[in-house]
Design a protein around this ligand. Structure first.
Ligand SMILES: [Zn+2]
Length: 259
């Protein structure tokens, strides 16, 4: 229980990092060695006003200097990251990601938690930027693809070639859909994202994943149109659905061979 609390706090800290990163990256603001500042009055935020979640509550959601409202995205991203971290830990602890007692695989098991938390963070960055800017950057996508390929080779994964073939097959199917819908349905970012995620899930889980992504995407799309928040034919970013469904399939399927 104490460890769950530790994971939660770790998630809050990383969530704070992610909320700043996803704010600065698409705006071209340098990230490293730059103190946090209020987006409205530009005043540097002191460390005691920059404690994830708690400072937002203590300040009543207002900047100490200009008293303007602080965007909900900060506490929301911090809290979601913390919850995500706890979920990944619980599922991992319950052996959801493990299969069998293969000695080759168990040698990697101690890195499984930090490994999956890194995967979670990178996917979260892609998720938020796609949601807010409708763009998927190449670097995090190819970082994941490279990471999964290396891992698969390290654990002498017997289905390595099958994963690779399937990842490219899925990616080509999405590329075809993107071309015939002229990019309205999905963009090239989604096509590229199918490479690492399709590779990780492999056959047949990746098929379930694509199906669930389209299903949740269509469902949310219809709800948004009914609420008057979106129009038919106007693109809704598909990346968040690919990422949400990836975790959903990973958590709900009981057979995974990756770890
Ligand atoms: Zn301010």
């Amino acid at each position: 229980m104490l460890f769950v609390f530790f994971i939660f706090l770790l998630g809050l800290i990383f969530g704070s990092f992610i909320s700043a990163l996803t704010y600065r990256l698409p705006r071209g603001i340098p990230f490293v060695f730059e103190r946090s500042f209020c987006p409205i009055c530009k005043k540097t935020i002191s460390w005691y006003d920059n404690i994830p979640l708690f400072s937002f509550i203590a300040l009543g959601g207002k900047c100490r200097n200009c008293k303007k409202r602080i965007s909900w995205r900060y506490p929301f991203i911090e809290f979601s990251t913390a919850v995500g971290f706890v979920l990944v830990y619980i599922f991992l602890k319950n052996g959801i990601f493990f299969i069998g007692q293969d000695p080759t695989l168990s040698s990697l098991s101690w890195v499984a938690l930090p490994y999956l938390l890194i995967v979670f963070l990178v996917l979260e960055i892609i998720f938020i930027i796609d949601l807010e800017y409708k763009v998927i950057f190449d670097i995090p996508v190819f970082f994941l693809f490279f990471l999964f390929i290396i891992t698969s080779i390290l654990i002498s994964d017997s289905v390595f070639w099958m994963r690779l073939f399937f990842a490219f097959l899925l990616s080509f199917i999405l590329l075809f859909l993107s071309l015939i819908t002229k990019g309205r349905g999905m963009g090239l970012g989604d096509v590229k994202l199918a490479l690492p995620l399709g590779f990780f899930l492999g056959f047949p889980s990746a098929l379930v994943w694509i199906f669930v992504s389209f299903l949740t995407g269509a469902l949310v799309g219809i709800i948004l149109v009914l609420m008057g928040k979106a129009k038919f034919g106007r693109p809704v970013p598909f990346g968040p659905f690919l990422i949400f469904s990836f975790w959903l399939v990973l958590f709900l399927e009981d057979k995974f061979s990756f770890f």
